[in-house]
Design a protein around this ligand. Structure first.
Ligand code: UD1
Ligand code: MG
Length: 457
């Protein structure tokens, strides 16, 4: 097998996105477009990947890291000019170079592999991946001769009315004989409507030199969608979402309404977990087996055990054990760690808190900056008073503590194992283990006082 190289074009600003974020960094199902491309290319046994960077260069580099090497395109003079920047890295290599645009996030490794095979079996110097588009507006069109062979590619803006009627488009992915590519690039001019050096012109140049140039048409136009604006971004997101949901379902996850379930590319979900509608699962979330998630929940970067239920709730950057019951309407904020068999009920907010096994906060509580032991019962309205307006303080609650309803635990404070806090207490001092602590005014009943005041008619 000949050596394989890859060039990813990612230097453009993405003017049509009208965004502060550089185009190829726009996420599709939580993953930047260019990362989708690199992840697929990494299945292809490539010797070296060179990513052409320009706008947002440092950010693109930070995103892709060491999976790619980089070449800087200081001025964006067109896609051919972009490829020329890889000259120092690749010019002398023998083999096949695949060029892919960083704004085609749906392209699959399998299709690129087919393009490689097609290119090699035809002994071609250049092969372009094409597709039939329902609406080809904006794409380069494939011009074939009477025998059906590719002659050239004409950009939409340069195309005649007749050429614009052609439905077969350039997907922006090509295989080239590496040395033929760098030779032909020397002949590309910018004599066109946009005044740019077009990479697709290499096809015509090689053809005119009498070289073999071929096209491989994929049947799935969607896979080759080029994202140039937010409308296409939403379309790409929709297609990627249905791919992800389908893969999850084929792995044994039940998704009640796949059109209304939003799962990021990096999420792992175990078998027999059921996802109800209106649920978004983001980041590097890992969910175990037999869980029930949703409806209407947002989980971002959480590790969740088995057999856990999360209904109508939000959980971020936290770990949640097995057999845990959360919601409805709970909010688990970052850096929380919830052990097995815990119950977090309605209108409970947890922030940077650890919950030991079997503990409960069933209703209307705020537990922040806290270490809660195991088998603790936090009654309705329990509050950790963690903030004095300037600093945050820790509340430590031992094992088997019972906190009566509507209690304030003013941090820093420690409640010993087995202690019992009377309802309505405002605890400002540490409570020893097994003590009963009552910290509220005593009740006074004034007999017949109402009549005395003559309040009753
Ligand atoms: C390009 C093709 C078009 C094809 C379409 C497929 C050209 C001239 N046209 O058009 O035939 O149908 O892709 O999606 O190639 N880039 C650089 N440096 C530059 C210019 C662009 O790195 O100087 C990068 C961009 O960041 C982008 C990619 O190249 O990732 C493609 O550029 P874009 O402007 O999106 O080209 P299209 O107009 O989509
Ligand atoms: Mg594009």
């Amino acid at each position: 097998m000949s050596n394989r190289y890859a060039i990813i074009l990612a230097a453009g600003q993405g003017t049509r996105m009208k965004s502060k974020l550089y185009k190829v960094l726009h996420p599709v199902c939580g993953k930047p477009m260019v990362q989708h491309v690199v992840d697929q290319i990494s299945h292809l046994k490539i010797e070296q990947i060179v990513t052409i960077i320009g706008h947002g260069a440092e950010k693109v580099k930070a995103q892709l890291g060491t999976t790619s090497s980089y070449a800087l395109q200081e001025e964006q003079l067109g896609t051919a000019h972009a490829v020329i920047q890889a000259k120092d890295a690749l010019e002398d290599k023998e083999g096949v170079t695949i060029v892919v645009c960083g704004d085609t996030p749906l392209i699959k490794a399998e299709t690129m592999e087919n393009l490689f095979q097609h290119h090699l079996s035809n002994k071609a110097k250049a092969s372009v991946l094409t597709a039939k588009a329902e609406d080809p507006t904006g794409y380069g069109r494939i011009i074939r001769n009477e025998a059906g062979h590719v002659e050239k590619i004409v950009e939409h803006k340069d195309a005649s009315e007749d050429e614009r009627k052609i439905a077969e488009i350039n997907t922006g992915t090509y295989c080239f004989d590496n040395q033929a590519l760098f030779n032909a690039l020397k002949s590309v001019s910018n004599d066109n409507v946009q005044g740019e050096y077009y990479l697709p012109d290499v096809i015509e140049i090689l053809k005119k030199q009498g070289e073999i140039v071929t096209a491989y048409q994929t049947s799935d136009f969607h896979e080759t969608l080029g994202v140039n604006d937010r409308v296409a971004l939403a379309e790409a997101e929709k297609i990627m979402r249905s791919r992800i949901n389908e893969a999850q379902m084929r792995n044994g996850v039940t998704i009640i309404d796949p059109q209304n379930t939003y799962i990021d590319a990096g999420v792992e979900i175990g078998r027999d977990t059921v996802i109800y509608p209106g649920t978004t699962i983001k980041g590097q979330t890992v969910i175990g087996e037999d869980c029930v998630i949703g409806p209407n929940s947002e989980i971002d970067t959480c590790q969740i055990g088995n057999d856990t239920i999360i209904k109508q709730s939000v959980a971020h950057n936290s770990s949640i054990g097995s057999h845990v019951n959360i919601g409805p309407f709970a909010h688990i904020r970052p850096d929380s760690s919830i052990s097995d068999d815990v119950k977090i009920g309605n209108f409970v907010e947890i922030k940077k808190a650890q919950f030991g096994k079997g503990s409960k906060a069933s209703h209307l509580s705020y537990i922040g900056d806290a270490e809660v032991g195991s088998n603790v019962n936090l009654g309705c309205g329990s509050i950790t008073v963690n903030y004095d307006g300037k600093n945050k303080y820790l509340t430590k609650i031992g094992d088997s503590v019972f906190v009566g309803c509507n209690s304030n635990l003013v941090a820093p404070v420690t409640i010993g194992d087995g202690a019992y806090i009377a309802a309505g207490s405002t605890i400002t001092d540490d409570v020893p283990g097994d003590a009963l602590s009552i910290a509220r005014a005593r009740q006074v009943n004034k007999e017949n006082y109402v009549q005395k005041l003559n309040l009753k008619k």
